[in-house]
Design a protein around this ligand. Structure first.
Ligand code: ADP
Length: 178
């Protein structure tokens, strides 16, 4: 059985992510969406909420699992007996980072292969950060995230009220996928 892992922050899942997940599920026997716990980055949603939101969006597929993980991706691959990492590529700007990660992961475990899927042109501009910015300032996030989770995002942002995101960082690169 060919099992692939699609790792990321998914804070929250967007239509760009979902498109990659659904395409990967056609190519591999099973896809595990692996939600990274990053202690340095305070997100909008905590890890359990992110997992729950993704589960809501993929419940109709029987070959997609959703799990949280922390630590080295390579260890998670071993634990789950997965051999392929799936990543989405949006623009040239994604390339350098992803190229480095893929080589590092391959160095750590030469049996692991990283497969890149090109973004769907419809979603090439989309990121979790931009969705959060739009939602925070009251913009419409329909078409950006799956319909099933629009209310969850709106409620979460409304509940944050004056506090905003607190220490949430909009930008910043972390060694999340090594
Ligand atoms: P984001 O950059 O939106 O915060 P993540 O860190 O959760 O996303 O990214 C997880 C994976 O999904 C990465 O491989 C990333 O390149 C990919 N990805 C994110 N958004 C898109 C998109 N709109 N189209 C294709 N792939 C995407």
């Amino acid at each position: 059985m060919k099992r692939a892992v699609y790792p990321g922050s998914f804070d929250p899942i967007t239509n760009g992510h979902l498109d990659i997940i659904e395409r990967a599920a056609k190519v591999f026997d099973e896809v595990i969406v692996a939600v990274l716990v990053n202690p340095d980055k305070k997100g909008l949603f905590d890890i359990n909420e992110r997992v729950m939101l993704i589960k809501k969006c993929v419940s109709k597929f029987n070959n997609i699992r959703v799990e949280g993980f922390s630590g080295l991706l390579i260890n998670f691959m071993k634990q789950t007996e997965s051999s392929v990492i799936v990543k989405g590529l949006r623009a040239v700007s994604d390339f350098e980072y992803e190229f480095q990660m893929a080589l590092m992961n391959n160095k750590l475990d030469p049996n692991i292969e990283t497969v890149f899927m090109m973004t769907n042109a419809k979603y090439s501009y989309l990121s979790s950060s931009s969705v959060k910015q739009v939602a925070q300032f009251g913009g419409c996030i329909k078409d950006l995230v799956p319909n099933d989770i629009i209310d969850d995002i709106t409620k979460k942002i409304n509940n944050m009220g004056e506090k905003g995101y607190g220490s949430y960082k909009i930008t910043g690169v972390s060694p999340r996928d090594i």
